[in-house]
Ligand binder design. Structure first.
Ligand code: SAH
Length: 239
């Protein structure tokens, strides 16, 4: 189940209904605290996220889920955002299905789309960006994504798990042909009381004072702030 990007009122009605009836919830670190308040007080809560580096191994989590499914009627595996967007939800669902467990998947609002929006940035915008590419900077095996191949001024890049790899991202995008003056924005802790947005240009991205969890937006739309009246007015008058 996807828990959405943070605030509890961004979970789906289906998620809220199921959370209110679950026996057990196995959750990650990025699940907003308010979302867990939707559980029955008697529900068992198991945190398998903790801090980076100390989290449970994927095999341990799979095993735990299989075990719990044998003991309880409704076990929810709750993940930040959408469970199938860099959430390893697919792997867990497959492991459970192989073990004969009945699995239902509940979508969630991914930070890939919600974080830019909450910062006033439309990931696509007619005449400015005709597509969006969502990518992680850190692949599963510790290798890094090749950003040189993703340099394309016509589309928006939304980068997850990229804060610590910013210099590499900038170098590769520049080598791929993106201009130093391409707008970028970093949206940190979106949909929480700690949300921060830092804007600038590709050449300065590595020096932004930002921390994870954050989504990096690269492309012309990163200069927009649809929430700010002055820019909405400018946009309207120029269209
Ligand atoms: N399944 C999640 C993504 C998991 S990967 C989803 O769909 O949102 C974890 C990465 O997601 C973080 O490193 C960060 O890049 C991004 N992220 C998750 N929640 C976020 C939030 N509230 N604000 C900004 N970025 C977030």
């Amino acid at each position: 189940m996807g828990a959405g990007p943070g605030d509890a009122d961004l979970v789906t009605l289906r998620a809220a209904r199921l959370l209110a009836s679950a026996d057990v919830v196995v959750h990650d670190r990025l699940v907003g605290a308010g979302v867990l308040d939707l559980l029955r007080p008697a529900a068992l809560r198991i945190d398998v996220g903790k801090t980076p580096g100390t989290s449970s191994s994927q095999d341990d989590i799979n095993e735990l889920l299989i075990e719990l499914s044998g003991e309880y009627d409704t076990v929810i595996r709750l993940k930040g955002g959408d469970p199938f967007v860099f959430g390893r939800g697919g792997e867990e669902a497959i492991a459970l299905a192989r073990a004969g467990v009945e699995v239902h998947v509940v979508p969630g609002l991914s930070s890939a789309f919600a974080a830019p929006l909450l910062a006033g940035i439309p990931v696509t915008h007619r005449g400015t960006s005709h597509g969006v590419c969502v990518v992680t900077a850190t692949t599963e095996m510790g290798a890094s994504t090749n950003f040189e191949r993703l340099a394309n001024p016509d589309i928006t890049l939304v980068i997850l798990m990229g804060v610590s790899r910013r210099q590499q991202i900038v170098d590769q995008l520049r080598r791929g042909g993106l201009e130093a003056g391409t707008p970028v924005a970093v949206v940190q802790s979106a949909a929480s009381a700690h949300q921060r947005v830092v804007r600038g240009y590709l050449e300065g991205l590595a020096a932004f004072e930002v921390a994870a969890p954050a989504v990096i937006v690269v492309g012309a739309v990163a200069a927009l702030d649809i929430g700010a009246d002055v820019l909405v007015r400018d946009l309207v008058s120029s269209s």
